[in-house]
Design a protein around this ligand. Structure first.
Ligand SMILES: *[C@@H]1O[C@H](CO)[C@@H](O)[C@H](O)[C@H]1NC(C)=O
Ligand SMILES: *[C@@H]1O[C@H](CO)[C@@H](O)[C@H](O)[C@H]1NC(C)=O
Ligand SMILES: *[C@@H]1O[C@H](CO)[C@@H](O)[C@H](O)[C@H]1NC(C)=O
Ligand SMILES: *[C@@H]1O[C@H](CO)[C@@H](O)[C@H](O)[C@H]1NC(C)=O
Length: 361
């Protein structure tokens, strides 16, 4: 063994001890729940994400993803060495699905919330769909013990609350309700047999172009920071309280705020020239949006030259480059995740599913 190989082996050994468990089976499949940050194509053709230029960078045509290319889901699957799981809607459309469900299933629905959201398929409904498939003994499902839940939800609940002029006095109570409902449905997934959870917290909504447009995309709106911190703190406490004790569950929280803030301050490390200015946006001074066309087919949006130099793709969603940057921080560093068992990074955590310990026979 040469010295580099030795040092790699040594660090693997140390991280196995550090994470408090020996690496058993590697996590091999993903069950995904939540909103457009993780939906890889559950909406039908009437959604904006099925129109060009969505998907222009990858797969070079619209794929139902709200980005120019890959999302968190795709990069997490890549880090696990699997394919991105099939969207639930495709299971219903094709009976003999060629790709099958061996890599898991994606139930996430763009526009959905924890409660009402912009779309009725909320988090609880997605868990119902999962439960129905388990009840029906869908063939080819991977072992749930070796699978990982990926969850991103809550953002749409707050966008709607603000759009409906929800009161600021009642916001803390609403945050308690939203995070409580997230935890309740995570507990349902645990009850259905899921053991490993990767849960995204709420990102810097005040930096989303939809919000920062009031400052001409030059700076973030800070007024939401306290509410976001409160949501993220309650989410962490709630998840710790429900999955934090005992040996039969493990979790990692992806700290979107910390990761975004790091990218924001080191943009050139990620090849990004534009932090807040989105690539694809409606015409200035109108309420049109990315990919919208007039009845005569004329574009009602503007598109940047190179989406790979922008963090934001449209009014609310990161580009593929944005997601690649965020995911690389979660995968390779400990500073952007909070986990039940101390771990060096998400890559180590994913490769350390300890099946025998998680489900004693
Ligand atoms: C497409 O989905 C939306 C909900 O997202 C629904 O209201 C609409 O009826 C669907 N359209 C078709 C053609 O299925
Ligand atoms: C699924 O399998 C279980 C256990 O084998 C069985 O009790 C149940 O009836 C099956 N459900 C369906 C819908 O086939
Ligand atoms: C919210 O308030 C704005 C400004 O006062 C008003 O124009 C808008 O109609 C209100 N929206 C709702 C949903 O009540
Ligand atoms: C929170 O949930 C409780 C219980 O369902 C409800 O009574 C209350 O109105 C909710 N508060 C807010 C601000 O949504």
């Amino acid at each position: 063994m040469d010295s580099i190989t030795k040092s790699v082996f040594f660090s693997l050994f140390v991280s196995a001890i550090f994470s408090g468990m020996l690496c058993g089976a590697k996590a091999t499949s993903l069950f995904v729940f939540g909103d457009s940050y993780v939906d890889t194509g559950n909406r039908n053709q009437s959604a904006q994400s099925w129109n060009s230029p969505y998907g222009m960078t990858w797969p070079r045509r619209p794929s139902g993803r709200f980005s120019n290319g890959r999302l968190l889901t795709d990069y997490l699957a890549q880090a696990m060495g699997t394919s991105s799981p099939v969207p639930y809607a495709h299971l219903q459309q094709y009976i003999n699905l060629p790709e099958g469900v061996k890599d898991g299933i994606n139930f996430a629905f763009a526009g959905s919330g924890v409660f009402a959201g912009y779309e009725p398929t909320n988090f609880a409904t997605q868990v119902d769909q999962f439960e129905e498939l388990l009840r029906a003994n869908l063939s080819g499902l991977p072992s749930l013990t070796d699978s990982v839940v990926l969850l991103s939800t809550g953002g749409n609940d707050y966008l709607l609350y603000l759009a409906a002029n929800g009161s600021l006095q009642e916001l803390p109570a609403y945050i308690v309700n939203v995070t409580g409902e997230i935890v309740r449905n995570v507990e349902r997934l645990h009850g259905l047999g899921m053991k490993k959870f990767v849960i995204s917290n709420l990102g810097n909504m005040g930096c989303a172009p939809y919000v920062s447009a009031v400052f001409g995309f030059r700076r973030c709106v800070k007024e939401f920071d306290l509410a976001i911190a409160y949501h993220n703190n309650l989410l962490l406490q709630g998840i710790k309280a429900s999955l934090g004790s005992g040996d039969d569950a493990d979790f990692v929280i992806l700290d979107q705020v910390a990761a975004f803030s790091f990218i924001f301050h080191h943009q050139y490390l990620f090849g990004l020239k534009h932090k807040l200015q989105p690539c694809c946006i409606g015409m200035p001074g109108t309420d049109t949006y990315c990919a919208q066309t007039s009845e005569s087919g004329e574009s009602l949006f503007t598109l940047c030259k190179n989406p790979q130099t922008h963090f934001f793709w449209d009014h609310i969603h990161p580009t593929q480059a944005g997601w690649a940057g965020l995911t690389s921080l979660f995968i390779d560093n400990s500073g952007f995740i909070q986990s039940k068992t101390p771990t060096t990074n998400l890559a180590t955590w994913l490769s350390c599913v300890q099946t025998s310990r998680l489900s004693p026979l």
